[in-house]
Design a protein around this ligand. Structure first.
Ligand SMILES: NC(=O)c1ccc[n+]([C@@H]2O[C@H](COP(=O)([O-])OP(=O)(O)OC[C@H]3O[C@@H](n4cnc5c(N)ncnc54)[C@H](OP(=O)(O)O)[C@@H]3O)[C@@H](O)[C@H]2O)c1
Length: 336
């Protein structure tokens, strides 16, 4: 297959610690639909096309295959290690053994260091890969500042060891950030959060920007292939939003591409997933070609539906009422 390398055209974003990373990356979570082989092959093609930011995680159960691909990419001279920004994340069952988790990811990914290392969820509540939406773990418990900080200090140790270049959080809320940021010796440079036109999380987004934390947007196209456990009848699809449909038609784009243009122009770093070459190439080009107008951006901003897709209900603890308890909606951390 022929690949144009668009890496030079992709804008860069500077993080609080001075690192420069691409304004768009590629996701590697197969949504329980795509296997490790096909995802890792797509990573090879994506890097050939110019992606330089690859979003990995232990729980995606494909880091070993992606590691083989990194090895091939370096060996074949397609890219140098230092040209890539590679992330991984500590999963919820490893909050008490973060160094072991990180070393396993490094081994699987065949790397000496990670660029960004994320605390994937702010509590140690575990669900098995491929579980269904009704599954609950009786050991789950509510967020605890002490437990969180114990895990974060282990992450800080990884930084001291030189195993990771920067630390990041994911699936946070403003009340949780207010509680932990003053206690962090090393602040997070980025936070992964669900961000797409139907779920803009404006307050959290603005809070992160005000604290020099770069938002990285997951499910940036509304995750149309997400697992069954993350689907409800009320969910809004981006293509049904008039602001997205109008901008997509005006530019001759797929609504997914419009969502990515909005993301990059809004200031988050989207990490779209795709294993299909025409899709992932179009997604990359969304970061620099034929931008949306000011009016189109304003119309999308005004069309927010507050539609969270990854509700996290599988992480609820015994006695918790519903998924909203995970997200501190009334401004206070929900306790057990
Ligand atoms: N930190 C966290 O807790 C967290 C949570 C969720 C996700 N993530 C990360 O975020 C990444 C992205 O999220 P996601 O995969 O859930 O959602 P997404 O990127 O919004 O959606 C991916 C799906 O969109 C479709 N698509 C992609 N490009 C397209 C295009 N140009 N035109 C039409 N359809 C297109 C594909 O569907 P088809 O395959 O059906 O064609 C693809 O599977 C994940 O891979 C993962 O790395 C992180």
């Amino acid at each position: 297959m022929h690949y144009n390398d668009y890496s030079a055209q992709v804008p860069k974003v500077t993080l609080a610690n001075g690192m420069q990373i691409p304004a768009i990356g590629i996701g590697t979570f197969g949504s329980d639909k795509y296997g490790a082989e096909v995802i890792s092959e797509a990573v090879y093609g994506a890097v050939q096309s110019g992606y330089r930011l690859i979003d990995c995680a232990t729980v995606y159960t494909n880091e070993d295959k992606i590691g083989e691909v990194f090895h091939k990419l370096f060996e074949n001279g397609i890219v140098k290690r230092e040209e890539l920004t590679i992330t991984s994340k500590v999963w919820n069952d490893q909050h008490r053994e973060v160094e072991k988790a990180c070393r396993k990811s490094l081994q699987d990914l065949q790397l000496d260091y990670l660029d960004l290392y994320f605390l994937h969820w702010p509590f140690p509540n575990y669900h098995a890969p491929f579980c269904d939406g009704d599954s609950r773990n009786p050991d789950s418990r509510p967020f605890s500042v002490d437990e969180f900080m114990d895990t974060w200090q282990q992450m800080e140790h990884l930084y001291d060891l030189g195993l990771v270049k920067a630390l990041c959080m994911s699936n946070m809320t403003i009340p949780k950030l207010e509680a932990v940021l003053p206690l962090c010796r090393i602040k997070p440079v980025a936070i992964e959060m669900e961000l797409h036109p139907a779920f803009q999380q404006r307050a959290l987004f603005d809070y992160c920007r005000a604290h020099d934390i770069q938002p990285i947007g997951f499910c940036p196209m509304g995750s149309p292939s997400r697992p069954e456990r993350d689907r409800t009848p009320e969910d809004v699809a981006e293509a049904e939003m008039p602001s997205i449909a109008a901008a997509a038609a005006a530019h001759g784009d797929h609504p997914a591409v419009t969502s990515l243009k909005w993301a990059v122009q809004n200031g988050q770093i989207p990490i779209p997933f795709s294993v299909k070459q025409p899709q992932y190439v179009n997604n990359l080009k969304a970061a620099f070609m034929d931008p949306l107008t000011k009016e189109e951006m304003a119309a999308i901003n005004a069309d927010d539906r507050n539609c969270r897709l990854v509700k996290g209900q599988v992480f609820l603890w015994p006695g918790a009422e519903n998924w909203e308890d995970l997200w501190d909606l009334d401004g206070k951390i929900v306790e057990g």
